[in-house]
Structures are given as C-alpha cells and as structure tokens.
Design a protein around this ligand. Structure first.
Ligand code: SAM
Length: 221
C-alpha cells in the first residue's frame, strides 16, 4: 500500500503480535499498514475529530480492512480498549503527547511500548516517559520533505539518564551516520541562534543552552 516513509518506519517499529492503538490516526494509514503489510490481527485507530475519521473510514473501506481496524472517536487515551499493549502517537506536539499520557495514567500498567514521534519538545516527552517508568529502547530518524523526524520507542522498565544522555538521545548518540550528523548539526545551529537571542536576565536558560551546545560539539567533532 502507499504510505510515506515516516509512517512506514513507525509501523515497522511496532512489535509483531502486539495489539496497538494509534492515537491521532487522521487518515488511519498507519493502522491499515499494520494489518495489511505487517499482518497484525487487529488495531484500534482513534482521533478526537470527526473529519479525519471520515477520511479514515473511506481508507479502511478502500483497503477492505473493516474487520481488522477499529475506528474510534475519542480524546487521547480514552480510546484505550482491553488488551492494547502498544500505543503510537505521531505528528503532534510533545506537550500534547505528554498531556494525553498524563490524563489517563491508569492505563499505563497495560502498555508495554510507546512509539512516539513528537513534532517538538522531544526532551519533555523523554523526561515524562522516563519518569513514568519507561526507558528509551530505540531512537530512529527519518527525513522527509527536508524535515528530520524523531521517532522514540519507549519500553517498560526504569533506567536513569543523565541530562546529556536525555538531551542527545542515548541510542542516537551512538550513531555516526549522515542523517544523525545532520540532525545534531541542525540542533547545534538552533541552539547557537537561541543563545544569541536570549536576554541576559535568563541566566539559567543561558547556562542550560551553553551546556547543550557543548554536548553537541562533543558528538559533532
Ligand atoms: C497532524 S495529524 C497526524 C496524523 C498521523 N498520526 C501522522 O503522524 O501522520 C494529528 C491528528 O491528531 C489528532 N489529535 C490531536 N490531538 C488529539 C487528541 N488529544 N486525541 C486524539 N486525537 C488528537 C488530530 O485531529 C489529527 O487528526
């Protein structure tokens, strides 16, 4: 089926034999990919707006997977159903992702894996999930239309991360490929610009940004 590389990468990170829920499914292409190409037996795809779900229903019918993809209109994790052990959330801001998870902590005991691709504030997402008892088991970058997307896989089980590891990404900082270098270079330039723009009263933010620039210099050089 036709699916972009970003969503395909997320789909390929979903554990085989899992029962996933895709929150903010929009067109539901990720869920359709999971049952059609990855052979998962059932998936829940949810969104909190009816417009995207209408398109999702058209797609589900087009690919003839009505019996495998359940579409649900609900806010965040309210779409949780018994047996779901994996949750994917992509294409949303990091703070929105954190809120979705925070609002329904009661389901966390059943969720073994989160695959999250925040558009921003990824450090806040990493902080939140590690505080909630998950560790970062994988980090993958995908470049599409000149944008580099971060995909974070969190698995149950606590691990301590220093600020440096959390900021650079414990898995990503081991990688030496061109895309990772480009990602760190972009971040380095953003942090340099930020440092120049920060008013001098924001002493703590200046200190933190300088520290981040130093970490980035270490992995770039
Ligand atoms: C930009 S789309 C991303 C679609 C798809 N996940 C992707 O990565 O291509 C974000 C979708 O999330 C939905 N959404 C935003 N906040 C949500 C929430 N709190 N609960 C459920 N869906 C939400 C929006 O309605 C929209 O369809």
């Amino acid at each position: 089926m036709k699916i972009n590389n970003r969503l395909k990468t997320i789909g390929d990170l979903v554990p085989l034999y899992s029962y996933p829920l895709d929150i903010g499914c929009d067109h539901a292409l990720l869920s359709i990919y999971l049952v059609k190409d990855k052979n998962l037996s059932k998936v829940v795809a949810s969104d909190n707006k009816s417009g995207p779900l209408k398109k999702a229903l058209e797609n589900v019918k087009f690919y003839k997977v009505e019996n495998k993809v359940k579409l649900v209109e609900a806010e965040g994790l309210d779409s949780y159903e018994e047996g779901i052990d994996t949750v994917t959330i992509s294409g949303m801001g990091g703070l929105n992702i954190n809120k979705i998870i925070d609002d329904n902590r009661k389901y966390l005991k059943y969720i073994k894996t989160f695959i999250l691709s925040p558009n921003n504030y990824s450090i806040a997402v990493k902080r939140k999930l590690t505080k909630l008892g998950y560790h970062i088991s994988n980090e993958v970058l995908v470049k599409e239309n000149k944008i580099i997307y971060e995909i974070l896989v969190f698995t149950k089980g606590r691990k301590y991360y220093s600020y440096k590891k959390l900021f650079l990404g414990p898995v990503l900082m081991q990688r030496k490929d061109d895309l990772t270098k480009e990602y760190y270079n972009n971040l380095f330039n953003t942090k340099k610009d930020l440092l120049e723009a920060l008013p001098k009263e924001l002493r703590n933010k200046i200190k933190e940004t300088k520290k981040e620039i130093k970490y980035l210099e270490e992995v770039i050089n």
